[in-house]
Structures are given as C-alpha cells and as structure tokens.
Design a protein around this ligand. Structure first.
Ligand SMILES: NC(=O)c1ccc[n+]([C@@H]2O[C@H](COP(=O)([O-])OP(=O)(O)OC[C@H]3O[C@@H](n4cnc5c(N)ncnc54)[C@H](OP(=O)(O)O)[C@@H]3O)[C@@H](O)[C@H]2O)c1
Length: 345
C-alpha cells in the first residue's frame, strides 16, 4: 500500500551508461521539499511513472529529441498524476493530468508544450492506462500499425517485442483488423501470454532455437506487415521473409540500444527494393494533433471487450531504477510502470 508522500523523493542522474548497460548506481535518490507553484505553474502529485527503453539515451545524449540531461538533473520521464496546487487557471486541484513529470513524487509544470501536458478524462479504466494502452505506448501501436503498416484483413502481421508495452497492443489491434498475427518474445511464459491472453495466432520464442525456421513455420504465406520493436537479427530474419509490397514498421531497435553504438549490419535490406516493400520509422510525438483519434478508437475496443491491456507495475518510487533495468533484461510483461502514490479513485 502506497502512502501519500510528505516530501518529494527524486531520482537524480548520477552517471552515464556509456558503452554499457544501465545500473542502479547511475541514479541517486534525493529528498526535496514539496514544491510550491509560481505564477502560471501547478504542482502535480505523481501517481504512476512510465518506463521506456529510450531512457538510456536520455541518460546519454537526449535521444536526439530532447536536450541532454546534466549529471544531477532529475531523471526525465512521463507520468500521470493529480494536480494538488495551482496558479494556472487551466489546471485545477483534483485534475488528473498526463505529461513530463520526471522521476519524482511531486512535479511542477506550466501549460507550455514542453511538458506534453493534457488532462486525462477517461474514467472507465484505471488512471495507469493513460501511460499504457491509452497513452503514448498504445498510440505508438495504433499509428505505427495503421499509418505505416496499413494492415488488410487476411494479411500476416509479424510483431517483435510482442509481449512488451507497445507489442502487447499491436497484435490485438491487427487481430481486430482481421489479420493473422504472429508475436515474437523471449521466453516460453511470454509466448503463452501472447497466445492465451493477447490474441496472437502463434508465437515465436527467439531464445529457443532457429528464429528463421520458426518464422517459416508460423508464417507459411510470408510476412505482409512486420511491426519491429527490436531490430538486429530478428529484423534481418523477418526481412528475409517479407512478401511483395510488405510494410515494415521500424518502431524501435531495443536489441541495439546497449553496445558501442554501431548497429548490427542487416543482410536482407535488399529485399525491400526487390519486393517493392516499404520500411519506415516514426516518432509518436509527431502524432500529437491526432492522439484523440487513437484514444477514441481504443476506448471503444476496450468497451467492447476486444482490447485488453497488460501492465507490469512495481510499487514505490524507490524501485524506478530497477523498473527501467527490467526492460533491458526482458523481465517486464506489458507496459512497465511504477506506482508512486495512491490511486485517486
Ligand atoms: N517510434 C516511437 O515513437 C516509439 C515510441 C515508444 C516506443 N518505441 C520503441 O518501441 C519498442 C518497444 O517499446 P516499449 O516501451 O513497449 O518497451 P518494451 O517492449 O516493453 O521493452 C522491453 C522488452 O524488450 C525486449 N527486449 C529487450 N532486449 C531485447 C533484445 N536484445 N532482443 C529482443 N528483445 C529484447 C524484452 O522482451 P523479450 O522478453 O521478448 O526479450 C523486454 O521485455 C522499443 O524499441 C522502443 O524504443 C518507439
């Protein structure tokens, strides 16, 4: 049971994981007073904090989408929380909001675009879903699949990282579209989750034998849409089996995130040209003007019982570093979150 915090525990960046994996000692816990808002600002009690693979790059260089963090800065991250005090007329105490809050128990924000702040109005589902299925994670699945993957009923959709935050949504949405869905994950247990709970037609355990042979067995008609979250060998093996006019959604490359920065060469990229295929990356933040479209579609599917959500929640701000490392160690099932303070409802 999480209590309402009386001070503001914060995780500060203490070291950069240059050419190595993230360690708990890269972060330092710091106790600060609960902040007071200045004119135009509001203070949020953080309820859930989101963990994402991109965070290792926040620690190194800002990931190309943000200013680099300095050593001693509060670690960057999005959260969902409740406004507790406000000197901004657009945000009132009691409002539930989503946005950049950092790894801390209380965050200060203003209405500026930097904070990606918006009010969470959805009350049919737990507030945690504003960081998962009804947040950037779910919207990444939705726009990556529909805008780039363009799945057509009857097509074969292959998803890597299928039991993770994004991947646990992609297969379900492709299934709603009437596709055959094959998920790739790194354990027997996760493969069972894919088929038993997340509606995948079949699963591939990439740690259990020849990945290519498993793709041949589960995708006998080839791959029409490949939603790739991991890159590296899995991407290469998938490219070797794409069909004419296939669409490859380059969502992420987590298998390449730790290392010396030189990605594994991809042998089968030539297939894209030979088969008139399309491979495209994207950044979910570029879809900001269209997020409501994804949310309304996904809320409807949740109501109809066609879309479930998989969350992996650790309790307590103290566990933030551990929760981040779980992503790179393949421990999470579904969206990795930390509960920082009590649920409001
Ligand atoms: N384009 C965008 O705007 C955007 C937005 C959000 C996320 N992303 C990207 O989408 C991907 C998924 O993000 P997420 O937040 O949902 O994270 P996630 O899938 O929950 O990430 C953790 C999972 O990645 C898998 N993994 C870790 N190391 C691996 C490796 N070496 N090889 C294969 N799989 C590995 C593990 O599952 P297994 O047990 O299966 O190994 C682990 O549980 C990431 O690459 C992320 O950077 C992109």
């Amino acid at each position: 049971m999480i209590d309402t915090p009386k001070t503001n525990l914060q995780w500060l960046l203490a070291d950069r994981p240059i050419d190595r994996a993230v360690r708990e000692s890269d972060f330092k816990l710091h106790e600060a007073p609960i902040p007071e808002p200045k004119e135009g600002e509001f203070v949020i009690r953080v309820i859930y904090s989101s963990l994402a693979p991109v965070m290792r790059f926040y620690m190194l260089d800002g990931a190309g989408i943000e200013e680099p963090l300095e050593i001693g800065d509060v670690m960057r991250g999005r959260g969902v929380g409740q406004v507790v005090t406000s000197k901004n007329p657009d945000y009132m105490p009691g409002d539930i909001v989503h946005g950049k809050m950092g790894w801390q128990q209380y965050a200060v924000a203003d209405g500026s675009p930097y904070y990606l702040m918006y009010k969470v109005s959805q009350r049919e589902v737990p507030v945690s879903t504003a960081l998962g299925v009804l947040g950037m994670t779910g919207f990444t699945a939705y726009f990556g699949l529909f805008d780039i993957g363009k799945p057509v009923a009857g097509e074969t959709v292959l998803v890597s990282g299928a039991a993770g935050g994004v991947g646990s949504n992609v297969g379900q949405i492709a299934k709603i579209r009437g596709c055959k869905t094959i998920g790739i994950a790194g354990s027997k247990e996760k493969c069972e989750l894919l088929v038993d709970s997340l509606g995948y037609d079949a699963a591939i355990n990439y740690r259990d034998g020849d990945i290519g042979a498993q793709m041949d067995a589960t995708c006998p008609d080839g791959i029409d849409v490949f939603f790739d979250n991991v890159g590296g060998e899995i991407l290469d093996e998938g490219l070797a089996r794409i069909n004419k006019y296939a669409r490859i959604v380059a969502c992420g490359q987590i298998s390449q995130y730790i290392g010396d920065g030189s990605p594994r060469p991809i042998k089968n990229a030539y297939k894209i040209g030979r088969l008139n295929a399309l491979m495209q990356g994207f950044l979910i933040y570029d879809y900001a003007p269209r997020l409501a479209e994804a949310e309304s579609g996904m809320v409807q599917w949740i109501r109809e019982g066609r879309l479930t959500y998989q969350e992996d929640i650790l309790d307590g701000i103290e566990r933030m570093p551990e929760a981040l490392i779980r992503l790179y160690d393949s421990k999470n099932k579904g969206k990795q979150l930390v509960q920082v303070s009590p649920d409001p409802f």
